[in-house]
Design a protein around this ligand. Structure first.
Ligand code: GLN
Length: 559
């Protein structure tokens, strides 16, 4: 099994830094490039890890809108982090800690706290040097604590953004202070292809590099994202105009799967550039395992359809870890699936629309917050249960599945979560006791890894093949312990608990092809080479259901 860690080569001397900046526009997949660089370094035997800088003033991603910023990724140690940390973990197989995500909020908070403590007495506290020093202190501190050979630093946003300037200035200073051989600048840009003439345009890259140089940074490597591979003459042109060696200009075209990116970069000799810039090497990444892992992810026609029912259905990044986990499970089973987003609010306006769920092979209700769309999700859970459609609920989806069962099977009319209806007669889901009295929003949920005990003789026990798992959490509400036995008397099974059996973690409906839900976020524990077992079981059930549908179809059309 691939673990992402190769035998260490010893590297005497100072720690090294690769800085990844972005140009032209955001959303180019800089996180994937950063993860791929760390992957190639680790596959070469170096102890390299990535980290992400977010230039916004939020202290962490927990208070941001997932529709705009993508999902909040929860680390083992309970950090509410940028979704790129999920990409890193899925490429590297290393559990990162929250200090792998730095935000302007954290940096300014430290500087202002130090000022209040009187650490800068008599000084005028400024962006240079106080903020830039704090940035450098954090980068070097992380590299030191982890004993890294190379820290790969991804800077969020685009060169030229006002928010990002202090970070670029800190990187510039580190080149001077840590040395040319210990710092490497990778700039990621976009190469559009004009649809009319099919010409590959290099001008956006040229302008973006000019902007970077104006700030005092000359890139060592340029990675150009584009829809199709960049032609050699475009590489030549970019090299000429940006003062970068032609063999240090790399093409990163759209691929069948993001997991191929390290292979495509190395195929163009990426490590030759690293050897040259960081005076390392020779670096010969061993990518045999990775090639084997990537193969099943390559394109095939989708054989089954999963409906994702929720309210944050606009931006695919809102649930990137759930999407990836489903694809990991499908790859493991040798199938391909498509994921379609259904807005649960439509079931509230038009309950008959629920019938459309029949077309899907599985229904998934992911995490979420707040009232909007929740009645539709409760109805969708009930529809999947009654119509034997494989169902998986995660966190909010778990809580609403419990509410749905309470109303429709246990006969508890008006049952609800107190998050959605504070005066419900049956608070089947209620605030965690330790959450009472908490009025601050940031970082105050039940977060991070907790141990979970699985009840013998349950489907969960069979699927996990173990009595104990550790999974990540992010919630304020839980299934009310006062209702557990009442729901169980009506046939629901709570098959796992945490905190000495106080907290329900998994529910299942016996006799259904697959109806399971978890309080924990299993999507943060799935890796391409090791899908989370419950996802695999869900996709297997969906596949069986798709197969069944096809057979029924064949029978009816033959008859
Ligand atoms: N809103 C629910 C809670 O706070 C679920 C949270 C989630 O899905 N992450 O418990």
């Amino acid at each position: 099994v691939f673990k992402g860690v190769s035998p260490r080569v010893s590297m005497p001397g100072p720690r090294k830094y690769v800085f990844v900046t972005g140009g032209v526009m955001s959303g180019l997949g800089k996180g994937v490039i950063t993860a791929s660089i760390a992957k190639l370094l680790r596959a070469s035997g170096l102890n390299a890890l990535p980290m992400k800088i977010d230039p916004y003033i939020n202290v962490d991603a927990g208070t941001m809108n997932p529709i705009v910023h993508g999902e909040v990724y929860v680390t083992q140690d309970g950090g509410e982090c940028d979704m790129d940390l999920g990409t890193y973990e899925r490429f590297l197989g290393v559990d990162l800690t929250k200090d792998h995500n730095m935000t302007t909020g954290q940096v300014y908070r430290s500087v202002i706290d130090a000022e209040r403590r009187g650490e800068y007495l008599g000084e005028c506290v400024q962006i240079i040097p106080h903020v830039t020093n704090e940035v450098k202190r954090r980068l070097r501190g992380l590299a030191e604590r982890r004993g890294l050979d190379v820290l790969v630093v991804e800077s969020g946003g685009t060169v030229g953004d006002i928010e990002g300037l202090p970070y670029l200035e800190a990187f510039r200073q580190m080149r001077a202070e840590d040395g040319r051989d210990n710092t490497m600048f990778v700039h990621v840009t976009w190469g559009p292809v004009l649809p009319s003439v099919g010409e590959f345009k290099t001008k956006p890259t040229q302008h973006s590099v000019q902007e970077l140089r104006r700030i005092g940074i000359q890139p060592d490597v340029i990675v150009v994202r584009s829809s199709s591979p960049m032609p050699e003459d475009a590489k030549r042109k970019i090299a000429l105009y940006t003062n970068v060696e032609q063999d240090a200009v790399f093409s990163s075209p759209d691929l069948e799967t993001i997991y191929e990116v390290p292979l495509v970069l190395e195929g163009q000799g990426f490590m030759r550039a690293v050897e040259r810039d960081l005076k390392l090497g020779p670096l010969n990444p061993n990518l045999d395992d990775w090639r084997r892992i990537v193969e099943p992810f390559k394109a095939k026609a989708p054989q089954l359809r999963i409906a994702m029912v929720g309210k944050y259905s606009k931006l695919a990044d809102s649930y990137v870890s759930v999407n990836q986990s489903l694809h990991h499970a499908a790859a493991r089973l040798g199938v391909k699936l498509s994921i379609e987003w259904l807005d649960s609010e439509r079931y509230e306006l038009e309950p008959r629309e629920l019938e459309a769920l029949r077309e899907y092979d599985g229904v998934l209700i992911p995490g979420g917050f707040g009232r909007r769309g929740s009645e539709g999700m409760i109805a969708a859970a009930d529809y999947a249960r009654r119509n034997m459609i494989p169902f998986l609920g995660i966190c909010f989806g778990f809580q609403l599945a419990a509410v749905s069962f309470a109303r429709h099977v246990a006969g508890l009319d008006g049952a609800n979560s107190t998050e959605l209806d504070p005066s419900t007669p049956h608070p089947v889901v209620d605030l965690l006791p330790e959450q009472r009295g908490i009025d601050r929003m940031g970082g105050t949920m039940r977060l991070g890894a907790h141990e979970i005990e699985i009840v013998p003789g349950t489907a969960a026990r069979t699927i996990y093949g173990s009595d104990r798992i550790i999974r990540r959490h992010r919630h304020r509400y839980e299934v009310n312990p006062d209702y557990v036995s009442k729901l169980e008397e009506s046939g629901l099974v709570f098959s796992a608990f945490s905190d000495s059996r106080r907290r329900a973690e998994i529910l299942e409906v016996p006799g259904h092809p697959f109806f399971m839900a978890t309080q924990y976020h299993l999507e943060f524990s799935s890796r391409p080479w090791e899908p989370e077992p419950l996802f695999t079981a869900f996709v297997a059930a969906a596949h069986a259901s798709a197969h069944g549908k096809k057979e029924t179809h064949a029978l009816t059309t033959a008859g």
